[in-house]
Design a binder for this molecule. Structure first.
Ligand code: GLU
Length: 492
């Protein structure tokens, strides 16, 4: 079971961000849920830009939203870029439609013109409070008989359009919170269109959701107080409201609001830092619900299969970047080596390191397991390819022990004609150790230093495999030469 209406009507979800900056984890989670739910039911995922707050809009805001959605792999089916059957998909461009809808409500008497200025309304409210009278609803314009003009009209004032809201409960159901109710008196006569002609936020949202035939409104819990107002508009238009799902908040690590400083709020920051996008998708989904079998590592296909609005958690959750990084490692390891190699290539100076595609592919095969973020390539992989510095003091000390020459000599001999794969290479090296008559701690460190210039690191079979035959044998030969040079220095 997902949601009662999921199968009854075509599922249409929407993500309605304001282009006010980069998407943060919270918005991204909302987008992901809407996308997954639409995919699960073969429906449509609509992007609608709520760009009416022109003062808060930032240049390039729309582009940043698309960049984040594209990176997460949750492209909309309809939107400003995609087009679709219900254009336009930018709210500001829909203002004419909103005004036309308000005119319909005026016509039917469900809305009325109000000429009072906000300061007049407020002054009368204060006066009522001072007189100990109920503030209720200021009914001056509401009750004005049609044939009698309001003095404001004579003054040439423009009217706002307000919805006639009756007393009595406005009920609606939220999937997580159950049935909620608020009295119409507490909502008052909602302004639909301001006297300057600008539609109000809730009016625009409700009209757009109605016209775009949205079946499920899945959004942040911060919008819960808007919902009864929107429900009143559904009623006024005689349209059945959609299913409402208000999802809990994503909190910064340690609690509190997400912000730039707390929880690296921008989704694209996670891209820069090298998180696998599927891991972010996976993680933000797990913040919302858990799979029935408790499995935490889920591919995007598995997420689509398992999304279940009935299983959504109701509690706010803190971001756990450690867990996201762990998931990122799992997703990186699930990548075909070719793809991981291509992603790594963008984070390395392959030319400087002398790496070609085949080198990186072999590295991806054996070293993916040592990484969690794509950026780990610079600490876990890059050093292996840097030419080893055999003249550092630690390396010199190791290589100056006579057994080091024996070790490297036998290693070279063993690897001269070994099948160049990690397992056979590791096996051959163990054989060489036996042939050299050396203990592991005398045999392996000089070989490692000769290959990588480092004292610690991955399995040497994997190192040799990743380096490739030519580079490996050249490094062993170079180490032999360095040792010979050191010997000469000593004998001079
Ligand atoms: N524009 C709102 C926001 O960015 C979303 C409105 C809605 O989902 O109804 O939070």
């Amino acid at each position: 079971m997902t949601s009662p209406a999921a199968s009854a009507a075509r599922v249409r979800t929407r993500f309605a961000p304001s282009p006010t900056g980069a998407l943060h984890l919270g918005n991204a989670r909302t987008a992901i849920l809407n996308w997954l739910f639409a995919r699960r039911h073969g429906g449509a995922f609509v992007l609608r830009l709520e760009d009416t707050d022109t003062e808060r809009a930032v240049p390039g805001g729309e582009g940043m939203i698309y960049e984040a959605l594209d990176w997460l792999g949750i492209a909309p089916d309809e939107g400003p870029r995609e087009g679709g059957p219900f254009p336009p998909y930018r709210q500001l461009a829909r203002a004419e439609r909103h005004r036309a809808r308000a005119a319909v409500l005026l016509e039917s008497g469900r809305a009325f013109r109000c000429y009072c200025r906000p300061d007049e309304l407020e002054a009368r409210r204060q006066a009522a409070i001072a007189a100990g009278e109920p503030t209720g609803r200021d009914a001056r314009c509401r009750d004005l008989p049609a044939e009698r003009a309001h003095p404001g009209e004579a003054e040439g004032r423009e009217a706002a359009i307000r919805l006639r809201v009756e007393s009595g409960p406005v009920e609606f159901t939220d999937l997580l919170k159950g049935t909620l109710s608020i009295d119409g008196d507490d909502l008052g006569d909602l302004v639909l269109v301001r006297s300057d002609g600008r539609p109000t936020y809730n009016f625009a949202v409700a009209v757009d959701d109605i016209e775009m035939e949205i079946s499920h409104v899945i959004r942040g819990v911060g919008h819960l107080s808007n919902t009864p107002k929107q429900v009143l508009l559904y009623r006024a238009f005689g349209v059945r409201p959609p299913e409402f799902v208000h999802i809990p908040t994503v909190l910064a690590p340690g609690g509190g609001k997400l912000s730039k400083r707390r929880g690296a709020a921008g989704i694209l920051d996670y891209r820069e830092r090298g998180f696998h996008p599927d891991a972010v998708l996976n993680y933000l989904s797990l913040l919302s619900w858990s799979a029935e079998d408790g499995e935490e590592f889920l591919s995007r296909e598995a997420l689509v299969e398992s999304i279940d609005l009935e299983r959504l958690g109701a509690a706010d959750t803190e971001v756990d970047e450690e867990k996201m990084a762990w998931l990122s490692g799992r997703h990186l390891r699930a990548e075909p080596a070719e793809r991981l190699a291509r992603a790594w290539a963008t984070r390395l100076d392959a030319e400087e390191l002398g790496l070609n595609d085949a080198d990186l592919r072999r590295a991806a095969e054996v070293f993916a397991k040592r990484t969690r973020l794509l950026s780990d390539v610079t600490s876990e992989v890059e050093p292996i390819y840097r030419a080893p510095e055999t003249d550092g003091s630690a390396a010199r000390e190791l290589l100056s022990v006579p057994a080091a020459r024996t070790a490297i000599h036998f290693a070279r001999a063993a690897w001269a004609d070994t099948d160049w794969r990690p397992e056979p290479l590791a096996r051959a090296l163990r054989g060489a150790m036996g042939d050299a008559g050396l203990a592991g701690r005398a045999f392996f460190p000089p070989v490692r230093v000769a290959l990588t210039g480092q004292l610690h690191g991955p399995d040497l079979g994997e190192v040799g495999y990743a380096l490739g035959r030519e580079r490996t044998l050249a490094r062993l030969a170079a180490a032999m030469e360095a040792m010979e040079a050191m010997e000469e220095e000593r004998s001079v």
